[in-house]
Design a protein. Structure first.
Length: 256
C-alpha cells in the first residue's frame, strides 16, 4: 500500500484500463464518469476502483481529481486477500463491515446489480469462495442442483451430452436453472484452461435470498405498465431456466 498524490484534473484511471489497484481518498475529491456522463464523487474515506480489481474486469469508469488529492493506493493482490479472509468466515461471524466490503467488491457484477440493496446484502452474507483447477468438474449433468455460481476469475466450459455448448467467462452466473425448477443439472460444467475462481451460493440461501414468493405474487398482480425494473428483474430470475421463458424475449416477461 502506498500514497499517491495527484493534481486537480489528473486522471487516476480511465474506462477500459486494467484494474490492478483500488484507492481510498485521504484528502480531496474524485469525480467518476462513464461514457462521459458523471456517475458519482468520492471524498475523504471513500473507496473506489475495487470492482474491476475483484471481478478481473476492465475499468467501467474514468476517475478524475476535481481538486488536488492524496490517495491510498491498494494493490489488487492485497484486496483479493482481504475478500478471501472475509469469505472464509462463517456467515454468522461476518460483521457489517465485512458484508459492506463484499458488496463493494461485487457491485459491478451484472447479476448482482439487478438486486435491491437488501437482497445484495443478504447474498453477500452467505457467499463463499470455491476455486477449481483446469478441467476440474464443478458438477455433472444429472447431479442435484445444490449451488449457484458466479465466475470471479477464469472461465468455465459447459457440456451437454458430451458436446461442448458454451464457454462462460468472468462475471457469468450459472447453476440457478436446476435450483429454481427443482430439477437435476441439465449440463456438465468444467473449469477452463487456467482454472476458475467462483463465488458460490447454496440452493438454500439462493431461495431464501432471491426467491420471495410474496414479492413475486405482488409483481404478478400489477398491470404490465405498473411493473418497475426491479419487478421485471425479479420475474426474470424466477423464470430463468424454464424452457418456455428461455425461448422468448425480456419483453414477454414485461408483458406477461
Amino acid at each position: 500500500m502506498s500514497f499517491d498524490g495527484h493534481l486537480e484534473g489528473d486522471a487516476i484511471f480511465s474506462e477500459g484500463e486494467e484494474g490492478d489497484a483500488f484507492y481510498v481518498v485521504r484528502s480531496g475529491q474524485i469525480s467518476s464518469s462513464t461514457d462521459g456522463n458523471h456517475v458519482g464523487d468520492f471524498t475523504h474515506g471513500d473507496t473506489f476502483g475495487q470492482e474491476s480489481v475483484v471481478c478481473g474486469m476492465p475499468r467501467t469508469t474514468t476517475a478524475v481529481a476535481t481538486t488536488d488529492v492524496v490517495l491510498w493506493r491498494v494493490p489488487g493482490l492485497i484486496y483479493d486477500h482481504l475478500i478471501n479472509r472475509v469469505l472464509a468466515k462463517a456467515p454468522a461471524d461476518r460483521t457489517d463491515e465485512d458484508i459492506e466490503c463484499v458488496m463493494a467488491a461485487t457491485r459491478a457484477n451484472e447479476f448482482l446489480q439487478s438486486l435491491d440493496d437488501e437482497q445484495h446484502r443478504s447474498c453477500c452474507k452467505y457467499l463463499s469462495l470455491k476455486n477449481f483447477q483446469s478441467d476440474d468438474i464443478l458438477f455433472n449433468q444429472g447431479d442435484p442442483g445444490d449451488s449457484f455460481f458466479i465466475i470471479r476469475h477464469g472461465a468455465v466450459k459447459v457440456e451437454q451430452d458430451g458436446q461442448s455448448v458454451a464457454l462462460l467467462k468472468q462475471g457469468a452466473c450459472f447453476g440457478h436453472d436446476s435450483i429454481l425448477n427443482h430439477e437435476p443439472r441439465n449440463a456438465t460444467c468444467v473449469a477452463g484452461e487456467g482454472g476458475a475462481d467462483t463465488f458460490v451460493l447454496t440452493s438454500v440461501h439462493y431461495e431464501q435470498t432471491l426467491v420471495d414468493d410474496d414479492a413475486l405474487t405482488a409483481a404478478l398482480t400489477l398491470e404490465p405498465e405498473e411493473r418497475s425494473d426491479h419487478d421485471i428483474a425479479m420475474l426474470l430470475r424466477a423464470t430463468q431456466g424454464n424452457p418456455f421463458f428461455t425461448s422468448v424475449s425480456t419483453q414477454l416477461n414485461r408483458d406477461f
